[in-house]
Design a protein around this ligand. Structure first.
Ligand code: FEO
Length: 394
């Protein structure tokens, strides 16, 4: 259902209640998502972003509720990833000569996805396009979260359209932030930040300073996923500043996999050591845990404690994806520790500690290894490790 944000500005996107995996199977989306597309009626008719390809017919039907799609003059493609550009071919069939506004890196990537000779117009930060009473002002936002990403600002209505930034994978009955459950909203906004934007935190801080420095009044922030920030829109900007600083809570996350429960018992003993020192922790059995939810918990915590038995001179393969995420997301201000059982060769703890080193996460105490099933002395070492990590957290 089409929603009017301000006079002449409409949400014409799609709510995808059924989405459970995004970026292929890279990211879990327990609460679905939305693909937000915005139609602006001024002397020129502008469409900002489209929807994911499978929903292109719904986009066209939404547009038809307001105008004939053939009347669109300008399409802004803030970002080329197909959840936002997928509807472009369907829209462009109505308006093959229309201008497609892209960032300086956007032409290459939009053309690379669709191989169409559309009439691209590249814009740089600060450039404006007059659309009648109001202007579109563009701000390039490379690495928020792709090199081509761009924000569009609509003067007069004072609406910022920042594409993925400030978004959430959150399907809801209503379109605005003041109409939804706040706890769910912030859970999804943080999960989005932790799993997608963490490695670009320094750029997030600089970009926010740059946008605030433009002194543009912002009455609404309308991202390309989830709800539109209408009530106190700057609240999410402040949250992004806070998240970008990556100041962790005084908590720990223990993640492990286990073959015959020995590494699990070690994990629990480490938890007992943390708790004895008053440090809250969460524990995840990675064989059955959602990797993206675990990443969100790691984002919040100070300490990451990883355990694996040794198998084939390595760690259990269920841990490999989350270890790869920890590397790629470039977390700051963390500390680490490792543990695990072994029967024969016993490399897992050393490999985990090397991984921490590669991730620039300091290991605060030597890892604990237990041969076969942990003995009481091994478990006592684990409790001690938990206490040592707790001291480092404090
Ligand atoms: Fe980078 Fe929502 O796509």
């Amino acid at each position: 259902m089409v929603t009017e944000l301000a006079k002449g500005v409409y949400w014409v996107g799609v709510v995808d209640w059924g989405l459970r995996h995004f970026h292929g199977y890279e990211l879990s989306t327990h609460r679905g998502s939305t693909y937000n597309s915005y139609l602006i009626l001024d002397e020129k008719v502008v469409l900002v972003d489209t929807v994911w390809g499978p929903f292109q017919d719904q986009l066209i039907a939404n547009l038809r509720e307001i105008i004939d799609p053939a009347k669109i003059d300008i399409v802004v493609a803030n970002h080329s990833e197909t959840d936002h550009s997928g509807g472009l071919p369907a829209v462009m069939r109505y308006i093959p000569k229309a201008t497609v506004v892209v960032s300086s890196r956007g032409e290459e990537s939009v053309e690379g996805h669709y191989h169409q000779p559309w009439n691209f117009k590249k814009v740089k930060t600060g450039e404006k396009i007059n659309i009648g009473k109001n202007d579109l002002v563009f701000v390039e936002a490379p690495m928020l979260h792709w090199p081509d990403s761009m924000f569009t600002y609509l003067t007069g209505k004072n609406i910022l359209l920042p594409n993925d930034a400030f978004g959430q994978h959150y399907a809801t009955a209503f379109r605005f932030n003041d109409q939804v459950d706040q706890e769910e909203l912030y859970e999804e906004a943080l999960k989005y930040y932790a799993n997608i934007l963490t490695p670009f935190s320094n750029l997030v801080t600089k970009k926010i300073e740059e946008v605030l420095g433009l002194n543009l009044p912002v009455e609404m922030i309308a991202p390309s996923h989830g709800v539109i920030w209408r009530q106190d829109p700057i609240q999410i900007v402040k949250k992004y500043q806070e998240w970008a600083a990556q100041i962790p809570q005084k908590t720990a996350v223990i993640l492990y996999d286990t073959m015959w429960e020995g590494t699990r018992r070690m994990a629990e003993a480490i938890g007992a050591g943390l708790a004895a020192e008053g440090i809250p922790f969460k524990m995840f059995y990675m064989a059955v845990s959602d990797r993206n939810d675990v990443i969100t918990e790691i984002f919040k915590a100070k300490a990451v404690i990883v355990g694996s038995p040794t198998l084939n001179q390595g760690v259990l393969s269920t841990l490999t994806p989350v270890l790869e995420d920890i590397r790629g997301l470039k977390f700051q201000n963390k500390i680490g520790a490792a543990f695990g059982t072994y029967g024969w060769s016993g490399e897992s703890v050393k490999l985990l500690e090397e991984h921490f080193k590669n991730c620039k996460i300091p290991v605060v105490a030597p890892g604990v290894r237990a041969k076969w099933q942990p003995k009481p002395a091994d478990l006592a070492e684990c409790v001690k490790l938990g206490k040592t990590v707790a001291q480092a957290i404090k």
